[in-house]
Design a protein around this ligand. Structure first.
Ligand code: HEC
Length: 184
């Protein structure tokens, strides 16, 4: 007759490899998930900046509307370092600052117009592209301390386009190459 201890030893011996196998499978699944997650997060040319995780939940700096070819609605968001710097009004922005510019097409809203009783409403349509400026004074010394990146559907724009970012931001040099001011 086997006593309880012997039985539990036998049971544990049987379970241990099973538990091991389950852990191995779970770890492998987690690894391949991260690996594929990274694969879709390509780095932008020149700066090597990738889409920063969680950017959609960052705080609002301001909004803007561009007419002409862009004809968009845009929101400018900042990570915590950016928001702190904006609120303190101290320049230059510290390393680690990231400013995001999201943009959508500018489309009329029939539903809103009906509610207002006249044609006056425009809302966001589909996303056009997202842009980021990442501050690292040493790494990006050649481009004013900022790494520039533009993505559409997770894919970075080409190198030619990325060469246009810094020169066009030069006029905002007195505000550390950032045009957008904190909306009151
Ligand atoms: C033709 C000039 C021009 C080019 C090229 C340009 N920008 Fe800008 N950018 C601006 C202006 C002007 C603003 C502010 C107006 C606005 O937000 O609509 C701005 C705003 C931004 C902002 C919000 C912070 C700020 O400075 O106001 C980011 C981020 C940004 N641009 C990133 C980029 C990236 C990345 C590229 C290159 C892929 C780029 N820009 C190319 C002119 C330019």
């Amino acid at each position: 007759m086997k006593d309880f201890r012997t039985w539990s030893k036998i049971v544990l011996k049987g379970i241990a490899p099973l538990v091991g196998a389950v852990i191995t499978v779970a770890a492998f699944a987690a690894f391949s998930f991260t690996a594929s997650g990274h694969a879709t997060k390509e780095a932008a040319p020149i700066s090597g900046v990738r889409v920063p995780p969680g950017y959609r939940d960052w705080k609002l700096i301001s909004v803007a509307h561009e007419e002409g070819n862009l004809n968009d609605l845009r929101a400018i968001l900042g990570n915590d370092i950016a928001i702190k710097a904006y609120r303190s009004g101290k320049l230059p922005f510290p390393d680690g600052t990231i400013i995001a510019r999201l943009a959508w097409t500018h489309v009329p809203s029939e539903e809103n117009n009906r509610a207002f009783g006249r044609i006056q409403s425009f809302v966001t349509g589909s996303g056009t592209n997202i842009q980021f400026m990442v501050k690292d004074a040493r790494k990006y010394a050649a481009t004013g301390g900022w790494g520039y990146a533009q993505f559409k559907d997770g894919k970075p724009a080409d190198e030619g386009l990325h060469k246009t970012c810094f020169p066009c931001h030069e006029p905002a040099k007195s505000r550390d190459f950032v045009f957008t001011q904190y909306a009151p």
